[in-house]
Structures are given as C-alpha cells and as structure tokens.
Design a protein around this ligand. Sequence first.
Ligand SMILES: Nc1ncnc2c1ncn2[C@@H]1O[C@H](COP(=O)(O)OP(=O)(O)OP(=O)(O)O)[C@@H](O)[C@H]1O
Length: 765
Amino acid sequence: MKAHSGEVGVFVRIRPTANFSQDIIECLPDGQTVNIHHKKDTKKPLCPRKIQRSSWSFRLEGVLQDVSQEEVYTRVCRRVVLGALDGYNGTVLCFGQTGAGKTYTMTGSTESYKQRGIIPRAIQEVFQEVQKRTEHTFSVYLSYLEIYNETLVDLLASLQSSAHPSPRSMVISEEPGRGVFIRGLSLHPVHSEEEALNLLFEGEMNRVIGSHALNRNSSRSHCIFTLHLESHSRTLSDAKYVTSKLNLVDLAGSERLGKTGSEGQMFKEAMYINKSLSFLEQAILALADRRRDHVPFRQTKLTHALKDSLGGNCNTVLVANIYGEASQIEETLSTLRFASRMKCIRTNPAVNEHMDPAAQIKKLKKDVQMLKEELSFGNTLVDRPSVPYDPLSEAQLAEIDSQVQRYLEGSLKEISIISVSQVRALFAKFKLAVQGQEQKVNARLRQTYNLGEEDQRADTPAVKEWDTRGSTEEDEAGSFEVSHKNTQRPSSTRAKTKKSKDKQSQSKRQGEESPLSKKRSDSASKPKLNSVQSPEREQEFQEPDTESQEPQESQPNGKEPFHPDSTLTKAEAFDDFKMGRGSKLNRILQENKAVLLERRSLHWQLTDKVNAVKREIDCTAATMQQYRETRGGQGRYSEPDDTLLNQLRELKALYRQRYEVLIDIKAEINYCQHLVDQCRVRLLSEFEKWYKKYFLVPEEDLETSMDNTLDQCDDNQLPPESSSSESFHNARYRMLRRRNTRSLYVTPEQRSSSSGSGQRTLPPR
Ligand SMILES: Nc1ncnc2c1ncn2[C@@H]1O[C@H](COP(=O)(O)OP(=O)(O)OP(=O)(O)O)[C@@H](O)[C@H]1O
C-alpha cells in the first residue's frame, strides 16, 4: 500500500505452530500469495460419503510467516504512522479467528520490549518524528475505546479527575468536517512516549479478557486505541493546521462455540462478538461492491465507529491473523475471504486541513498593522515605484529563502530591500539559518565529547588549567622548570579514593621537605631543568569506580524497598538501573572513563619520553661543565666545541616541543575527568530518584503482600536492548505498581468473583 493511494493494504499473518499444515496451506515464494488446498468431507444423510477437493488462491500485499514483531510493524504500520503525522487519517485493524494472534500483533507482550506490538512501536515512532520535525509543533492526544457486548466503554475513564462518565453517556456521533467520533470518550494529552505507554498499559489492564479452549487470554471485546494528532507549522501561517487520527484496532476473534466450549457469560460474549463481526463482513461486502450506494454502517457499534476507517478518508491496513493448522482450516478460509474482500475497498485519504478562526483573526489584525507600517515606510522612501502590500506568497518566501542561501554562500552580493514584509521574512530566514548552524555545532560537540542531550545543557566549565608555573623561567642556559600536578580527583570519591588522596597529599607535603625539592629550591638560582614526573601512577590508573559507589542501603523515612522481588537489594537495584533506565548514562560514563584512561596512559608515555630528553640534556650539560672545569684548571679557558652546543640546543628544542604536547594532553585529561565526574554524579542522583519512585511505597501499602508477577517477567533480569526501551520499561514498572496497589484494595470476595469472564481482568498477557 502506498501511503496515500486509497487502496486498503491487506496482509496475512500466520501464527507459528509446530503443526503447520504444508499440504493445505501453501505460501508462494513471491511473499504475497497463499494457496489453500482443501479436501472437504461432504457426507450427507442420504448420499454416500464424498470427498470434495477445492483450491483457492489469495493474493495479498504480503504474507507474514515467521517474521519478527519489528518486521510486522515496519511492513504493516510504519507508512500509516508517517501518513498520520502528515495529516492523513490511518487505521490498522487485526481481524481473525480467536487465538490467531491479533492482540499479539497489535499490542504484543507488555513483558518484553522486543515482543512489543504495533501500538507501542507506533507510539515510539510518533514521538521520535515529533522530535525530528522541528518545523512543526505537534499536539498528541489519545483515547482507548472498548466495545463490549454492544456497549461503549472508556478504558481510560479511571484516569479522569471528574466523575467517571457512565457508558450510556458515550455515543457515536458524526459531524461534517469532523467525521465519526465518540462523544463522551476521554481524550488524554500526552507529551512523551512514556506518558502514552502509561495510558496504553492502563487501558490494557482494564480490558475484558476470558479463558477458553483456544486462548487462555481471549479478548472479549473490540478495542480501538486512537492517537489524535494536531500539527501547526512554525514557519507558515499559524491559522492553518492539520489534524489526523491513527486508529489501531484489535478486533475480538470470531469463534465456533463447539471449539471454544464457551458457556454462560462467555457464551453471551461470543454471540455479541460473532454478530458484530458478521455485520462488519456485510459492511465490507457493500463497500467492496461499487454498485452499492448504501452501506449498512449503523447495524452495530463496531461498524458505526469504524465508518471513516473502512470506507472514508483514511489509509487503511488490515492484518488477517490465521492459524497454520489443518484443524482450523474452515476459519482460516473465511478469514482469507474477508481479507480479499477488504482488498477491493477504496478509500479517499486526504490531508485534514483546518483554519483556526481565532488565529485567523489574529493574523489579519497583524497583517493590517503591517500594511500600515509598509505605507509609512513607503512614504519615507523616494523614487520607489511601488510597494507591494500583499502578504508574501509561498513563491516569494521561496525566493527570499533562495536569496538568503545565496547571500550566505557568497554567490549573491547584496539583497535589495523592497518592503517591510520582505525585511521581516529575511530576518526570519537568517534566524533559522543561525539556529541551524547552532544545532550542527552542538551536535558535533556532543559527538566529539560523547555528550548526551542533558550534558549539552549541563554546565561545562572550562578545562582546568594545568599549572605551568616556571615554564617561563627559561634562563640564559636554556633551562626551565616544570611544575606538575596530578589530575584532580572528584570530590565525591569515597573512602578508598580519599585514602589514596591523603597519601598523595602527604607524599606531596613530604616532597616539599625532601632533599630533592630542597636541592631544587637551593639551586633555584642555578640554571636547572627539572624533569616532569608522574608520581603514584598506579593510583591514577585506579579510576574511582562507580560500581564501588553503590548507593547506601539506608531507606529514607524508614521505608523498606518496594519491589515484587523483595530480595532485590539496593545495590542489585543499582545494577539493574545501570543496565536499564540508566544504561545511556552508564554507557557515556564508561566511554568517558575509557577515554580518560587512554589519555592518561598517553600522558605517562610522553612523560617518560620528556624525562629521557631531560636526562640527555643533563648529561650534555655535565659534559660541557666538565670540559670547562678541566680547561679552567689548566688555565686555558675556552668554550666547548660547536657539536656539544648544537646538541644541547636541539635537545632543548625537542624538550620544549614535547612538553607543549604534554600540556595539551593534561588539559584533555582534566576535561575528561570533569565529564566523568559529571556523569557519575548524574548517574547516582538519577538512580536515587528512580529508586525512590519505583521501590518505595507508602508503608500502609506494604502491609499486604505483593504478588510475584515481576518474577515471571522475562525482562526482569535482562538489560533492555537499548536506551530506546527506557520509556517502555518505565511504563511497565508503573503499570505493575498500579496493578499491585489495586490488588491490595480488592477484597477476597471481589477477587474470587472476578475469576470468570465479563470482568475486568489484570494482565500481563
Ligand atoms: N506470531 C506469534 N508469535 C508468538 N506467539 C504468538 C504469535 N501469535 C500469537 N501468539 C500467541 O498465541 C496466543 C494467542 O494470541 P492472541 O491472544 O494474540 O490471540 P487473539 O487473536 O488476540 O485471540 P482472541 O481473539 O481470543 O483475543 C498468545 O499466547 C500469543 O502470545
């Protein structure tokens, strides 16, 4: 499906199974065709037993067999999401028999980042794009609707501050220019991926699920998760804006009661589900038949709510979920028939452009004001043929853009001023150009110094100067004194480091009194070249370890750690943090430490080299001195020969050159150390915040024991794949906390009565 082609994109996804029936289901290598070869037993009461052989071929946009969740998202949903950001409505639907993998495809597992489905991935992509598309401002809202037994349920109603609207207060409405919408459904503004995931997981907790023979966690309702987007251009007229809706629909699965064995409440639910799905099929049949001018959308809440998504202004994609097993072939066939009918439907996607009346008035007032200014400006100018009063057109703005570009590149010498609006536009373009440059420079700096976004904002004081006292004391004989200081230790370094620091300063103090330093000060008046030294190398190598700075086990306010795995100590939580939420910071810290070590090693190597040159200088100077003394004793004073003098001069030049490089490296060491300190402090403080948030709960809640859901979560011991999983993990933690807290307030009676279907159950799936 091309994002705006108007065709419904149809994919089939086959649930993995050990009993895949290859002789019945044939997936062709083109990746688009499924052939079904079915032998049907048509035993009728009066006829002899007869086997009918039939074959069907279904050509779709893609057959997804043994593909990852990521690939499903990329092939099925990505273009729809990007379209929604451009202002096109989008809908992705999962349809199929119960247990065939619709919820797995749409939501995936909340326990595993890798197994997350289309919705969390779409959320992530939306917020990543919002960050990237800097020329627009976006507002994102979301809603989560459930249609359960023909009743509309707001899955996020529990988050509303006002009293919960009763299901009856929600109605499906239609308005020109707005299309179909649910009056009374709560809309929640979200500003980040994490906020949106929190709401998704909250809604997931509130869905109705039940258990039957084909699925332990069977959705008993249709669910529509919708992202509502609104974007305004930062550069063009602010009165115009675009909106779009991205509907992600997980339909309840059709079920044959004989196979699922549903009884009681589940039986009733199955009747509602099958009925609404059959109305959906009727609507699809009518839509696919272009001669039909009436489509029965209002027969059921499901088709009414999806009216725009099925046949209207929308990029629509269907995933038909099927089993690959022979025992489910009848249901598979009917799912594939539905899918091929969907393929025939045409939609009319178009950008949803609107004008904001208030912004329009504001803009018109501004225009009038500007025209007045133009007029007075024009009056003050002489010899000007005419002043254009109209606001600049897109073409004029493009011309100004091009002029600014050429001017900045140097190919245009000057820009002629023709109007105030043009001057304003020029300033705006220049401002944009400067901002663009700033961003580029910042990005380059961040890349060079491995800084994250936060570090960029953080104060980065100038590199500490290395004390080069004495470097100007080069005297006549060409000697100069080098003072050296060790790289500063971070003030936060704990006992072990402090000890070594004490030792260091002690030895330094001792050094001041040592014969060597005494000799040095005694001979200060003499030409003298002191060697560069690097005392306590080993200690410098022993970079204070963040691991050794594990947070204290003390619990503020006497609170005990809260975690479903109560055996997790704070130190272990710190390890988890470093691999999870704090992984990005920890990675930057480790990288900075590696650079620091590498620079120090280089520094010491060079120090050795400088000292070697120094020794040669001493040696040459001693030889010259000896020569002078010998000649002086013989009463024949003369200067040493040129060779020695030249040699001494060259050695000193080499010494100076290496010494300068040494200073540069030392400055780099100081800067790296500064970054390492900053990262370490941030890592610890972020951890403390995180720990407080997720591990400490009010004491009263602790009275009730927590269930051990987290023990079962596969990600619990594993580090998330990357920092991009941070929002997912945070939202999941929060969902588990809410779930645990809620379960604390459920009475044993409520608990036992909630085991059947028709009740809100608490996942994880
Ligand atoms: N592609 C897949 N890979 C791995 N596991 C899958 C896949 N598809 C489905 N499953 C597993 O099969 C089980 C049933 O899937 P799921 O609940 O998504 O079915 P469903 O179509 O939504 O069923 P229902 O209509 O009853 O809600 C789940 O345990 C799910 O994890």
